[in-house]
Design a protein around this ligand. Sequence first.
Ligand SMILES: *Cc1c(COP(=O)(O)O)cnc(C)c1O
Length: 372
Amino acid sequence: MNPYSTQLIEEEDIKAVIKALESSNLTQGKLTQDFENNLCEYLGVKHALVFNSATSALYAAYKAANIEKNNHAITSPITFAATANMMLECGALPVFCDIKRDGNINEKLISSLITPQTKAIVSVDYAGNSVEVKSIQDICEKNRLIFISDSSHSIGAKYQNKKIGTLADITIFSFHAIKPITTGEGGALVTNNTDFYEQAKLIRSHGVVKKELWNTDVIKSGFNFRMTEFQAALGISQLKKLESFLQIREEIAQFYDKAFKGNPYFFTLHQDMPHTTTNHLYPIILAPEFWCSKEDIFKALLQDELGIQVHYKPVYEFSLYKKLLGEMELPNARDFYRAEISIPCHQKMDLEMAKQSAEKILKVFENIKTCL
Ligand SMILES: *Cc1c(COP(=O)(O)O)cnc(C)c1O
């Protein structure tokens, strides 16, 4: 099975992890700090905190931004559940804003959703392609909202030549196994705001501050959301290779763009992306006459050993959210879910594998019935 995304672990990654396992500290040591410093340097951001997942980093971000009971945060329904789930954990509610053709939040619809309860805009860089940062910054400034970016897909991506991570008030990255770089499980929170950084750091580790000698104080309620030293070792090693991973993904994506150009079955998002993407996903968007056959297409692709997936079922369609928010439907998010399939695109592939995938995919569509 060729998965839609996967990790590439090489000799030097394994050596780095073994070395960390043989060291005296398995947690709370120097490697975690080194990884954070390397992230700051690579991204050009003031503060970085690594976490045991992006989910816990999102939680810490919302808490640091004081998102609380009775607050609302405007976000995209085309995301992984964690973006919205962590709002619920803070006692706040997500307000879902419809998307554009590229899967990202439609910045033009945001203002109409703002109420006195709105505290933040939480955008998602779908597939690794930046949202329209400038528009969102302007809306946040005008309405005194906090801009949080769930950039779980987009470490290494750029918006107008500026790296993702420097643009929102707080940016979250994921190092889950199949994200652009990995620590197995893991995530990071980055910010230029020292207050957000200090608050998130307390939440990461029990709200504890050191006083002198054995004396500590707890000044906030917190968790253990820490990353281990051997995960940080893997992160340091992976971060060195991020640019080369992104280059391979971009080559595969460009190959697909050409191979699929002008086909009658689906269009692809990559060639029209306005910003430098990571290609965490390579989405194909089925023509409407194929929507009713999506199950058959999906099964046939799996049969051909293509580990495809659909990103994402709109979060408001989950039963939990229906209970909390009532039935709702956003037309573009609905149609995107009906049309989207993510096909294999990752750093373990070469152009020969991309060629085989493209041929298999086109062949599957040749044998599928249309329904209009
Ligand atoms: C993967 C992902 C997350 C969660 O990341 P974890 O590291 O698995 O907790 C959150 N948001 C988005 C958009 C993601 O893709």
